[in-house]
Write a protein that binds this ligand. Structure first.
Ligand code: HEC
Length: 144
């Protein structure tokens, strides 16, 4: 008799837990990373790679324009942006060589930001060229 009552009480609790677990799995089952999610996919890029490439291109153009005008603030801002875009690019492929190219863009962009801060435009131009060469090198391997 008592065990019968206990069963009546426990069954709905077990059902509720099962429903909650099911709902949680449902929420994460569309495969897409959730912005701001704290799971292992929190750093997975959301934007398509071509969009990331578009902004690589725009940023490097703005950077070169600012270099030609010796506008150190604009050079620095664009260099930092390019460094962060390259960091996102590193996460786009689980491929050591791909990541190496993106890491090289990132490192040279950081150096370029530092050169801009020091108003060393000659060094800046050299670094911008090294970055362009790295873009081209990666495209040669990976662009269809
Ligand atoms: C680590 C490899 C890698 C690096 C570094 C890289 N790209 Fe790309 N890029 C690609 C790949 C792969 C494609 C082919 C299309 C795609 O997957 O987005 C591409 C395509 C492009 C495109 C064409 C996008 C389109 O709409 O078809 C542009 C423009 C571009 N990259 C600019 C740049 C610039 C500028 C840089 C350097 C500042 C750069 N990329 C650095 C891998 C790279």
């Amino acid at each position: 008799m008592r065990s019968h009552i206990r069963a009546l009480l426990i069954t709905p609790v077990v059902l509720l837990i099962a429903l909650a677990v099911g709902a949680a799995q449902e929420a994460g089952s569309d495969g897409g990373p959730k912005p701001g999610a704290s799971g292992g996919d929190a750093l997975k890029p959301l934007a398509p790679h071509k969009v990331l490439m578009y902004w690589h291109d725009q940023t490097l153009s703005q950077l070169n324009l600012a270099l030609s005008k010796k506008d150190e603030e604009k050079v620095e801002r664009n260099a930092w942006l390019l460094a962060e875009l390259a960091a996102i690019n590193q996460r786009h492929r689980d491929d050591a060589r791909f990541r190496e190219f993106a890491a090289k863009v990132r490192e040279n962009a950081v150096s370029l930001a530092e050169a801009a801060k020091a108003k060393d435009f000659e060094r800046g131009k050299g670094l911008a060229k090294t970055i362009r060469d790295t873009c081209d090198a990666c495209h040669e391997v990976y662009e269809e």
